[in-house]
Design a protein around this ligand. Structure first.
Ligand code: GDG
Length: 487
């Protein structure tokens, strides 16, 4: 039974680049299609009874986010469903090109994933970033009430916490970063005015969260180097205001993936995924992105085929790539390299009755995804850099049969939690090749032991525990300061 002595009341305001639903307007009216993404269901769990915190929600969750509908299109439309009330942010195409495509995706994404040579440092991008963060702020000014708790997400909104802090000094503000925070040698490549703005912006929050302790350390070093503030026990003291910086490894809806194993549609998809000719199946799924290490993976598989001939004709690698940003030249070029490499491997090793790779460029429904997770003997996840990587956690959670081997890159945030996986270095093709062979040869009992250990961890710390954990930190921060005698 929950027994909270100081039960606080208020509303939760989520700020993320996108709204939690798509708004479709036609002659018959307006429909809202709620996204099924992890963040949406995670924050919903807070408001819908699985809230384990000392907080009472007074209203629906308020959500501030960008919409590609125009203000005219949405005039008079009620943007709320049973769960959320949306407050749209309108950003013109030109501004969004420089803000979202430019600063966010052509600079911060590559730089923070350790691809500095393709990062574009353009003044107009930074100006657009400031302008767009102000648009999010403007959309919030009339929404925020004294007891609201504000939770801001990700690299598109790094300036926002401080903008809100200036105007609403008493509200609790949290900021969570979903991508890696890089080491200072990478971060310092940003012009000094930009990096100061980013650190000042993020430090407007009361609680700043990252996926791993490494990212926390890198961020704290950036704080020290850029604004000269050290920390004590992960607390930074800023003009008599304390900011907590800590690791909160995001997770998944464990039960949903585990239960899906017995869903008739998943059973059918699992059955359809394998032909009788396939003795062993290796699987991967990612968005098309250079951070996901798709070419490294193919090179590792090629090395495996070259060196472990005994597996020819017996193993198939099902590689699903989900279309993403393929209007951009760099992504098109990457895709054509992937196409060529798949073609080369097929041409060199394939036989009339055996395809070493089954490669598809499309997205798929949830049931097919879990069908593939549960049909495969090995999941091959090789990002060259990844904030967390949820695919590997989903693979583990969906294996109710306690079978299957996870091969995981040490560059994924998830590697810090999934030590029972076969951990590889994605730039080392030999390492990947040997791990594939080891995974294919692994005894069922060894598979089970590793799987069970990883499952236990993910079951205990699922996405709902993650949300509760972060949210509790936000609302309890004052008591925490007193307890630690920090203020
Ligand atoms: C960012 C960070 C961090 C993919 N294809 C299909 C499909 N998916 C789902 C997966 C998974 C999600 O998309 C991808 O999540 P990741 O974590 O792997 O990657 P990012 O999109 O890059 O996410 C990342 C994450 O934020 C959370 O903080 O882990 O590091 O880069 O859930 O299942 N789902 C369906 N069909 C598909 O074709 N149904």
């Amino acid at each position: 039974m929950k027994n909270f002595t100081t039960r606080k009341k208020g509303r939760l305001i989520i700020v993320a680049y996108r709204l939690p639903f798509k708004i479709i307007k036609n002659e018959s009216g307006t429909s809202l299609f709620q996204n099924s993404g992890g963040l949406v269901s995670a924050v919903l769990s807070l408001a819908q009874g699985s809230n384990n915190t000392s907080f009472e929600f007074e209203d629906k969750i308020q959500w501030i986010g960008y919409t590609d509908n125009t203000a005219e299109e949405l005039e008079g439309v009620t943007l709320e469903n049973d769960n959320f009330k949306a407050h749209p942010v309108f950003i013109s195409q030109e501004l969004n090109d420089n803000y979202y495509e430019g600063f966010c995706n052509d600079l911060i994404w590559p730089l923070f994933h350790y691809f500095p040579t393709i990062a574009k440092f353009e003044t107009k991008f930074f100006e657009a970033y400031q302008e767009a963060n102000l648009l999010f702020y403007d959309a919030m000014v009339d929404v925020i009430q004294p007891d609201d708790v504000i939770w801001i997400h990700d690299y598109q909104l790094m300036l926002l916490p401080d903008l809100i802090r200036q105007k609403f000094p008493k509200n609790k503000i949290g900021f969570f970063f979903h991508i890696p925070f890089p080491s200072f040698e990478i971060f310092r490549l940003l012009p000094s005015i930009w990096r100061e703005a980013i650190i000042d912006g993020i430090m407007g929050a009361d609680v700043v969260g990252f996926h791993t302790n490494d990212y926390v350390e890198y961020f704290l070093k950036a704080v020290r180097m850029v604004i000269g503030q050290g920390n004590r026990m992960h607390y930074v003291n800023l003009n008599n205001r304390l900011v907590k910086v800590d690791a909160f490894p995001i997770s998944i809806d464990y039960k949903k993936f585990n239960d899906a194993f017995d869903d008739p549609l998943v059973i059918k998809a699992r059955h359809d995924a394998r032909t009788p000719l396939m003795e062993k199946v290796i699987f991967s799924v990612d968005r098309l992105d250079y951070s996901k290490g798709l070419l490294n993976r193919l090179k590792g598989y090629e090395r495996f085929l070259e060196q472990y001939e005994e597996w020819h004709g017996r193993v198939s690698f099902v590689m699903m790539v989900v279309p993403s940003r393929d209007q951009i030249e760099q992504y098109q070029q990457m895709k054509s390299e992937i196409d060529q490499t798949v073609g080369r491997i097929g041409a060199q090793y394939g036989k009339i009755n055996w395809q070493p790779i089954i490669y598809q460029y499309r997205s798929m429904p949830f049931e097919e995804l879990v069908g593939l997770y549960t049909a495969s003997d090995v999941a091959l996840i090789t990002p060259v850099r990844d904030g967390m990587n949820l695919v590997c956690k989903e693979y583990v959670a969906s294996r109710k049969d306690e079978q299957g081997v996870l091969i995981l890159s040490e560059m994924a945030g998830a590697a810090a939690e999934l030590g029972e996986a076969l951990i590889i270095n994605p730039t080392d093709s030999q390492d990947i090749a040997d791990a594939i062979n080891k995974a294919l040869e692994m005894e069922p009992e060894d598979q089970r032991k590793r799987m069970v250990a990883m499952q236990q961890r993910l079951r205990e710390y699922d996405v709902f525990a993650w949300t509760n954990d972060f949210f509790t930190q936000m609302i309890m921060i004052d008591q925490e300061h007193k307890r630690l005698k920090l203020d």
